[in-house]
Design a protein around this ligand. Structure first.
Ligand code: ZN
Length: 577
């Protein structure tokens, strides 16, 4: 490819619309252009990266017995109503109607379609296991699309679905995908962590997320260096080391004290001169189970922790969990909202974190403005209700597996795998005939990779002040050849020869044949992130050209007749699996 004809409109300045590094660099390097909020064009350079990531994914899926197919983005509502997700999915599902008023959605995922397809066409256990996948455009009506292709409304995904006879088969398929995912992200040159995750709206029994570590990551990850335990913060378990710090104290009498202008836990603890660990927060949630079934729940947690709403929601088994409104709180807890504590609760379901169970002589709200109770004791002054881990784990807690101290980092989710069990096969009535002649539901799994996200995550992890530093395996081109002086016929001739020879050898190469200043050409080459640069300039008089590595910025001179061999071997070295 000649740079003079390449459609890659680079930008000198950071675009105002971009918040993250990958978003900025993809725009500046001429890889994407915005069409509308969360909707993007992929330009030729960006699309080459996408196709390379897709190819790596295909190879790894096929290696595990996956078969590629292609399903429609447009899906009839009936199927979603059958699975029950039409109502559960919420406003992120892009819904529409055809000219006859029939309802459809633009698929964010394809469980309904594929389960129906398999149920109608696979009849016997002999045809299992079956691993089917596609690379397809998905839709999600994000409330706030942002970070470029990272949180877009239209995006590319690989989704694979496994169908097995029994649980053991499903676990095998899951392990195969786990392994394939490790290989995909390694081959893309990414540093990642595999974390235990919340199955969320997809549902099911087990789930892992593949997170590319990056400071700008949207998700917080808690991990242990000693045993490799890692989990999303919204899912992590941990051991609280000082859970019984007040054990052994004598229970003192409950007393109401004046705490003027102290509202937050910090203010109350500071005013009373007590440890934050001696305070208890009371939060009220509205748990919605269906259109007409809901309840108010009080959640109690020690003052130095936060409630993990994902854990609470999973424990309650509700569809939605929101903070309760004032008038609803007033019905179950007489008193001033914001000052209500467990002592005031009347006939409301209480969920307590274990951190609350062992506190002696706690400080809690008294239900009156500017007043708190001191020396409140669980069991004596208030009920604990159901004691369940509803705590947001934090750095400094201990690992549940090995006891080492937990740390926190951030990551970008690029892959997610789920064991679905019977969730969709039951809902969609998808059965096969087993060897004993009985009809059984499929054991299913589903496995996604965000293709555009993987590209963005690769940039977040591989860039410097000059631009993108592509891993060789997913770089849009491997090498750029730059003749320094456009008007120097000899430089142009040698550069073109090297370019032609590299092409012949199967190298993906760009020749910068533009009539531009050398500085502009070097800047663009760094911005776009070609892993290798061959510069044909001054040294030509000694029969030499320069090779430069984008990653290290190291340069070396080579005789013209050797440069092609050197470039080919450098590329092969990096692409070796
Ligand atoms: Zn550990």
């Amino acid at each position: 490819m000649r740079m003079s004809s390449l459609f890659a409109p680079t930008l000198r300045e950071d675009p105002a619309e971009a918040e993250t590094i990958s978003h900025k660099l993809m725009l500046r390097a001429g890889m994407i252009r915005k069409v509308a909020a969360g909707i993007y064009n992929f330009l030729p350079l960006g699309y080459r990266v996408i196709k390379k990531i897709e190819q790596i994914i295909r190879e790894e899926m096929d290696a595990k017995g996956g078969q590629e197919l292609f399903m429609p983005a447009l899906q009839p509502a009936e199927l979603w109503k059958k699975s029950g997700r039409w109502d559960v999915y919420g406003p992120e599902l892009m819904r529409l109607k055809d000219r006859n008023g029939r309802e459809f959605c633009l698929g964010p995922t394809h469980e309904e379609i594929i389960t129906t397809l398999v149920a109608e066409n696979v009849k016997s256990y002999r045809e299992l296991p079956l691993l089917l996948y596609q690379i397809q455009t998905k839709f999600r009506d994000e409330i706030r699309p942002r970070f470029g292709v990272m949180r877009a409304r239209e995006f590319l995904m690989k989704d694979l679905y496994s169908f097995d006879r029994d649980e053991e088969g499903m676990n095998k398929s899951y392990e195969a995908m786990y392994d394939a995912y490790c290989r995909v992200f390694k081959r893309c040159g990414l540093v990642f962590k595999i974390v235990e995750a919340d199955p969320g709206a997809i549902g099911g029994t087990g789930s892992h997320e593949f997170m590319v570590l990056a400071k700008t990551g949207e998700e917080e990850i808690i991990y242990c260096d000693d045993c490799n335990y890692a989990a999303n913060t919204n899912q992590a378990s941990s051991i609280v080391t000082d859970i019984d710090f007040s054990l052994g104290e004598e229970e003192k009498p409950l007393e109401k004290v004046h705490t003027p202008n102290a509202k937050s836990i910090e203010e109350v603890a500071a005013f009373l001169g007590v440890d934050k660990r001696r305070t208890i927060k009371t939060l009220f949630y509205e748990a919605i189970y269906s259109k007409d079934e809901w309840e108010i729940v009080a959640a109690l947690i020690r003052g130095d922790y936060e409630v993990n709403e994902t854990k609470l929601k999973n424990y309650l088994g509700c569809l939605h969990l929101n903070l309760a409104k004032e008038e609803e709180i007033a019905k179950v807890a007489p008193g001033k909202v914001g000052f209500v504590g467990p002592v005031n609760l009347r006939g409301v379901r209480i969920i307590s974190d274990p951190t609350v169970q062992k506190i002696k002589n706690a400080v809690v709200g008294a239900g009156e403005e500017d007043y708190h109770f001191i020396n409140a004791n669980p069991g004596r002054d208030f009920n604990l209700g159901e004691v369940v881990d509803i705590r947001l784990a934090k750095a400094g807690d201990r690992c549940v597996r090995c006891g080492a101290e937990l740390k926190v980092t951030r990551g970008i989710e690029v892959g997610h795998i789920f064991k679905l069990g019977h969730k969709y096969s039951k809902a969609m009535e998808a059965k096969f005939v087993d060897s004993d002649g009985k009809e059984k539901y499929y054991y299913m799994g589903c496995y996604g990779i965000g293709v555009g996200r993987t590209m963005a995550a690769a940039i977040e992890q591989n860039h410097d002040e000059d631009g993108i530093v592509w891993p060789m395996s997913i770089a849009p081109y491997h090498v750029i050849v730059i003749p320094v002086e456009y008007s120097n016929g000899e430089q142009m001739r040698v550069a073109t020869e090297i370019y032609d020879e590299l092409k012949k050898r199967g190298v993906e190469v760009v020749l910068d044949d533009r009539d531009e200043r050398p500085g502009v050409k070097f800047k663009d080459a760094d911005l776009i992130g070609f892993p290798l640069r061959v510069t044909v300039g001054e040294a030509l008089k000694d029969g030499k050209v320069e090779l430069r590595w984008r990653k290290t910025k190291e340069t070396k001179l080579y005789p013209i007749e050797r440069i092609v061999d050197v470039v080919v071997s450098e590329i092969e070295k990096e692409l070796k699996p």
